[in-house]
Design a protein around this ligand. Structure first.
Ligand code: SF4
Length: 373
């Protein structure tokens, strides 16, 4: 049975949730799964591995919520809390541009004091304007569906209104974060204050309809079951079949080292289980099939060596240079907070694959000069 599923999936045929569940739970040589995912990746997107030169900016860690996995958030006034000034943000954008960044990735905590700027939406529009006036050519990839709902709730305006206003201000695309596991039973335990599954899907659907692409993500390796992992993938695939707005899938394994004690104790592991992450990487590639062309591992969470291994389990993108990272690093991840272009290129070259620099939306940056094999 497994070999038949793998044969179909590796040819790009749609496999069912029951098939994906079997791939995750049955007892069979895992090498067959790796080969099938690797084959499908090669068929769909070839051997070149992409990377993006980007800078991550987390503009505040002050957050009204208390997600069970989050070591990043602080209350206002608590030691370690911060809220970047406009000058600090501008300096980070300028430094990023000097280092060749084509993308600014920006997310932050849900800070109720953002209202001080007239409206919460006004504050976020101001953030977008800061980036776009400093570097008009840079692609702004910002604000999770949870942040969009926060603005909408704070100001009493619709999701569509918020999305349109931010798009008009210069927002180019959004991270598909805050998805965690799109199963409410899990969300009620790990992020009970966050938007529920239907709300997340509704905001992303609305963004896609407006022409704002997003990534898709999954926070795995905590309390979720294989059936819930499959349910999550099923929801992403169904939405992608409807809108086509996902640019990629990013698997984000839970890092527990500095995470709040209750979830850390329940999971009983400080760092991701690499083998389990690789297996899920391959199943995600096969299940999302021809609908999601690009798959990215997280070098912040897995380390660069782990991420390079994931390139052999279905991934075709190594992610971004980031230049700084706080959310996962504060959770105790060991992958580091920045990678140079040379480090990413060398890592890709180690497994004999060519590399290329992409834009956020997977267009070539300087083809063919930097495509080498
Ligand atoms: S994950 Fe995001 S929403 Fe949840 S507590 Fe942390 S910063 Fe706040």
């Amino acid at each position: 049975m497994i070999s038949r599923i793998l044969a179909r999936a590796s040819q790009g045929e749609a496999i069912s949730p029951a098939d994906a569940y079997a791939l995750l739970t049955a007892d069979y040589p895992v090498q067959a799964l790796q080969q099938a995912a690797d084959h499908l990746r090669r068929t769909l997107v070839g051997d070149p591995v992409s990377y993006v030169v980007n800078r991550n900016i987390n503009f505040t860690n002050i957050c009204e919520q208390h997600c069970g996995f989050c070591a990043f958030r602080r209350d206002a006034g608590q030691p370690g809390s911060y809220w970047l000034t406009p000058e600090q943000i501008i300096a980070k954008v300028q430094a990023a541009v000097q280092q060749g960044a084509t993308e600014i990735c920006m997310q932050g905590g849900l800070n109720p004091q953002a209202r001080r700027h007239g409206t919460t939406l006004g504050y976020y529009q101001h953030l977008v304007a800061l980036i776009k006036t400093t570097a008009p050519q840079v692609h702004l990839h910002a604000f999770s569906p949870q942040e969009i709902q926060f603005i909408s709730r704070q100001d009493g305006v619709s999701i569509a209104y918020v999305l349109r206003a931010l798009q008009d201000a210069g927002l180019d695309s959004m991270p598909g974060t805050a998805a965690e596991i799109l199963v409410d039973e899990v969300r009620r335990v790990i992020c009970p204050e966050k938007i529920d599954t239907e709300t997340w899907l509704g905001i992303v659907r609305e963004a896609h309809r407006m022409g704002i692409p997003t990534t898709s993500t999954m926070l795995c390796g905590h309390i979720e079951t294989p059936a819930q992992q499959v349910a999550h993938l099923e929801r992403l695939r169904a939405l992608q079949q409807e809108t086509g707005g996902f640019t990629e899938f990013i698997l984000l394994p839970f890092v527990g080292a500095q995470a709040p004690a209750p979830l850390r104790r329940r999971v009983g592991r400080d760092q991701p289980d690499l083998q389990a992450t690789l297996k899920l990487t391959a199943v995600a590639r096969l299940f999302l099939g021809r609908w999601v062309q690009h798959h990215q591992p997280s070098w912040v969470k897995l380390g660069l060596d782990g991420a390079v291994q994931a390139l052999q389990w279905g991934c075709d993108d190594i992610g971004g240079t980031l230049m700084e990272e706080h959310i996962t690093t504060m959770a105790g991840a060991k992958g580091g907070t920045a990678k140079t272009v040379a480090e990413l290129q060398a890592a890709i070259t180690r497994i004999g694959r060519p590399y290329w620099q992409r834009t956020t939306l997977y267009q070539p940056c300087q083809q063919p000069a930097n495509l080498i094999g």
